[in-house]
Design a protein around this ligand. Structure first.
Ligand code: ADP
Length: 864
């Protein structure tokens, strides 16, 4: 180390404390990176890698980014899951003796972004801490540093619940103790956590103790304390906007695990992972960023408390009944800026004058909002209005103090209004008068010398000067002008009077700059004291924003207010899938009823592929969720139970991540539902059991249905292609068959998407085969087998006495059996090829259309 120059030594000392971060080391107008950081950053950011002499023999790798465009680069690194430590010069280079002192002033990490593109307006950016109290009990706290909101809970079931919360909240960074289990860290990474950070201090300190007042258990406090220590350590500043921490329990909300949320596409779609096409996208008629974030949080946590849900419905109803007032509210809300994040920036000290003007405009909307809400004459609405604090003092202060269109930079001046501060006014007078005086001087000098082109100008090096072109120099009075600068065509002069006025003007301008900055900082400090009030205002505004959004969507899309049954009855008339309906065009969507009462706790849904089984199942779940977040529902009438949990097993989108086989995941999900569901839950099982062979799958499906029916009694929608299961209706008193209908019209299959009572028409598959022009003989044979399969007592016969060579082989194989008379003959090589082809197929991967095409190809091969 001794061989390095003092600056590199300083760099290495600072870097030693930030091994896991890129160190942005301020050198003049650049942030430089050295050694490995430089090599890695040059690759990640695609910037040139250079080197510099650092005193040692070998040159040191180096790369850098300009100070003014650093934000972009920092964001790129953060989005890739890195941390960036910002190391600034903390003393004036002019007065420094030796190497300028430098310190890390902030550690920016994926979980602690305060601004930038990475921070979507309508999304929270959460950082969490997890503390293990024993194998089964975990504390989980999370915080959004841009809004200051924190929540904490204890999860006592197992680590899956922690993982579930982290996934649902989309947590990018988790803080744990340094001895936290490596295996669990790995699990968190697998679930999308970008960075794991370490913090061993979980003691409660004075500077944040008051924020923990609402927490009654020591483990909760410790979990939050770990998170706060990390935040203070990395942000290195007062975080005055941190709000009191609230505790929550997951069983206070409808429980939907992360995979079910994804399956139901609540906040993002499975395919694109984007918002478009999700329930959130459909609902998002919020007018403010804060409302957008609250909407997402509400969708993530539907309520189970009847009165709380009905409270929301009541307000939505009032807002629906008052169309014009609602439009007025929407208009006012568009003028309301992101008060929560603004409060965060005030506390952070990086708020600018334009932000404060926006704050003023936001606050100015509040009295109108209050007035409109109170005018609706309803107690529940009035309560929200009462929580809105217009913070008039702040609005007035900002109106008096800050000009309407201030510059972005705080150093340019022109921020503070005339008349706000007498001292500033005096300096401004001097400066403005001085400038007038200079304009006057220019006129006088032109007259005195008779030079029309004479002008008075200003530059940074020489200050004010009188400029005369070369051709006119002879007109100048001898001894009056002192030469300062010679240009190609002109000379520049000063006079003592000009110098004197210049001093006054420059001094005034310097003072103006300093004073404006000082006044701005004072105003910012005053606003800081209002942070808690601004935050509670933000909450009330967000709440009314989400509720008006529900009213707007419900009206636009003709939703109805759901009623809640006390006997667990579910009755939805003309129900629709909200998103499919929106995407496809409302007229085309076929509404469907759903009735589930104590005689119909389970519906076994049959019907051909693409007929609408899964859409029907999802629409029931989405209707329940919409109702429980407080929105109206897509139906003409709806009576619903309050569901405590929703379980789904639909599709196989996530199976790859876990490294499990599709079938294993299917079974794990089934287990999850069976182990946790109560009679108040909703279970959606789409084609459970199809991941294994026919007999296995059917046996499991039946056993699962029986178990849920006999032991749990949860409302269950079970779609299946095993028609054989429809006989269960006879034995299981609470199970009913329904099917989604399809008909044949002019030789084509038409899906009616209409759900009807009873099992599906079983000959349907054979129908499709017929449409695909399979040989008549084959169709007849299929019908024959089918009619036997329909009689359960004959099933055994079909498989043994009939011609199927081997139980293990799939039913489709029997289509290619030879007639009985030639049964013993060996298949020809052509036939063998076809058989081999069929054996090698992965039927789970084949769509019905592809299957028909394939069948056609195979048949062609056999025929030729
Ligand atoms: P399945 O689960 O039976 O294979 P899906 O539920 O995936 O069928 O539905 C297939 C397609 O049919 C959907 O993408 C949708 O476009 C359409 N569909 C489903 N239900 C309806 C309906 N009720 N009205 C109109 N179209 C529907």
């Amino acid at each position: 180390m001794a061989a390095y120059t003092p600056m590199i030594q300083q760099y290495l000392q600072v870097k030693a404390d930030y091994q896991d971060a890129f160190l942005f080391f301020r050198l003049g107008d650049f942030y430089e990176m050295f050694f490995d950081d430089a090599v890695k950053a040059s690759q990640e950011l695609e910037i040139t890698l250079t080197s510099r002499d650092g005193g040692a023999e070998e040159r040191i790798p180096m790369c850098g980014v300009p100070y003014h465009s650093a934000a972009n680069y920092i964001e790129q690194l953060i989005s890739k899951g890195y941390k960036v430590a910002i190391c600034e010069q903390v003393e004036d280079p002019k007065t420094a003796k030796g190497v300028v002192k430098r310190e890390v002033i902030q550690l920016i990490t994926p979980g602690t972004m305060m601004e930038g593109k990475g921070l979507a307006d309508k999304e929270n950016n959460y950082i969490a801490s997890v503390t293990a109290f024993d194998d089964q009990v975990f504390g989980l706290a999370y915080n959004d540093i841009s809004t200051g909101e924190s929540k904490v809970t204890l999860l006592s079931h197992n680590f899956d619940e922690v993982l579930n919360e982290l996934s649902v909240l989309n947590v990018k960074e988790v803080v744990v103790a340094s001895n936290f289990s490596a295996e669990l860290q790995k699990k968190m990474r697998e679930r999308g956590v970008l960075v794991i950070s370490f913090e061993d201090n979980s003691s409660i300190e004075m500077n944040f103790a008051r924020l923990l007042d609402g927490l009654d258990q020591e483990p909760l406090k410790q979990t939050v304390a770990r998170l706060f220590h990390y935040l203070f350590r990395s942000q290195k500043r007062s975080l005055d906007h941190l709000q009191p921490v609230t505790t929550y329990q997951i069983h206070q909300y409808m429980k939907i695990d992360y995979y079910s949320k994804r399956n139901l596409e609540l906040t993002e779609t499975i395919r694109s992972k984007g918002k478009k096409g999700s329930l959130l996208w459909l609902l998002d008629e919020t007018m403010t960023a804060m409302g957008g974030r609250m909407l997402k949080a509400w969708i993530d946590r539907p309520l189970i408390d009847r009165s709380a849900i009905e409270h929301r419905h009541t307000i939505v109803e009032v807002l629906m009944q008052h169309y014009f007032e609602r439009q007025e509210i929407r208009e006012k809300l568009t003028e309301v800026y992101d008060l929560e994040r603004l409060a965060g920036r005030v506390a952070f000290g990086n708020v600018n004058a334009r932000d404060l003007v926006q704050l003023k405009h936001s606050l100015m909307q509040v009295p109108f909002l209050i007035q409109t809400l109170q005018g609706l004459g309803h107690e529940a609405v009035k309560q929200i209005a009462d929580q809105m604090d217009p913070c008039e003092e702040i609005a007035d202060l900002l109106e008096q103090a800050i000009v309407e269109n201030p510059p972005l930079s705080l150093k340019e001046g022109n921020i503070i209004r005339d008349g706000y501060n007498p001292e500033l006014d005096q300096y401004r007078d001097a400066s403005r008068n001085g400038k007038n005086w200079i304009a006057q001087l220019e006129r006088e000098e032109r007259e005195r010398t008779g030079i029309k082109s004479l002008k008075v100008g200003y530059n940074r090096v020489f200050g004010y000067y009188i400029e005369v072109t070369r051709a006119n120099l002879h007109l100048l009075e001898e001894g009056r002008y002192e030469r300062k600068q010679t240009l190609t065509n002109a000379e520049r002069f000063i006079t003592p009077e000009l110098k004197e006025k210049e001093a006054l003007i420059l001094q005034a301008e310097e003072k103006i700059g300093e004073l404006e900055y000082e006044l701005f900082t004072q105003i910012r400090e005053i606003v800081k004291e209002y942070i808690p009030r601004l935050q509670s205002l933000a909450k009330a505004v967000s709440e009314i924003d989400v509720l008006q959004c529900f009213a707007q969507v419900s009206e636009d899309r003709h939703y109805v207010k759901p009623q809640f049954s006390r006997d667990r009855r579910l009755m939805v008339k003309d129900g629709r899938h909200p998103v499919v309906e929106k995407v496809m065009n409302a007229q085309e969507y076929v509404p469907n009823d759903c009735i589930m009462d104590h005689e119909r706790e389970m519906l076994l849904i049959t019907g051909p592929n693409m007929s609408g089984k899964s859409t029907y199942m999802r629409q029931i779940a989405l209707t329940a969720i919409l109702a429980q977040i407080g929105c109206y529902v897509p139906a003409s009438e709806a009576i619903l139970p309050i569901f405590d949990q929703v379980f789904t097993r639909i599709g196989a989108a996530d199976d790859l991540i876990s490294g499990q086989s599709t079938f294993m995941v299917e079974m794990l999900e089934a287990k999850n539902a069976i182990a946790n569901a109560t009679k108040n839950s909703l279970i959606l099982f789409d084609e459970i059991g199809r991941g294994t062979s026919t007999y296995d799958g059917m046996a499991l499906a039946q056993a699962i249905i029986e178990y849920i029916h006999n032991r749990i009694g949860a409302k269950t929608l079970f779609s299946t292609h095993y028609h054989e299961l429809t006989v269960l209706e006879k034995e299981l008193t609470q199970l009913k068959n329904v099917h989604v209908s399809a008909i044949e019209q002019q030789g084509k299959v038409v899906f009616l998407h209409k759900v009807k009572e009873g099992p599906a028409d079983k000959s349907y598959g054979i129908h499709v085969a017929q449409l695909a022009e399979l040989p008549d003989e084959l169709i007849t044979r299929a019908n024959e087998i089918l009619s036997k399969l329909e009689k359960p007592e004959d099933i055994e016969k079909v498989w043994t006495e009939e011609r199927v060579p081997n139980k293990e082989e799939s039913a489709q194989l029997s289509f290619f059996d030879e007639p009985a008379s030639v049964k013993k003959q060996e298949p020809s090589s052509k036939e063998r090829k076809v058989l081999d082809h069929i054996k090698s197929l992965d039927l789970l991967d084949v769509t019905p259309l592809q299957a028909i095409n394939l069948l056609y190809e195979l048949q062609k091969k056999l025929k030729c």
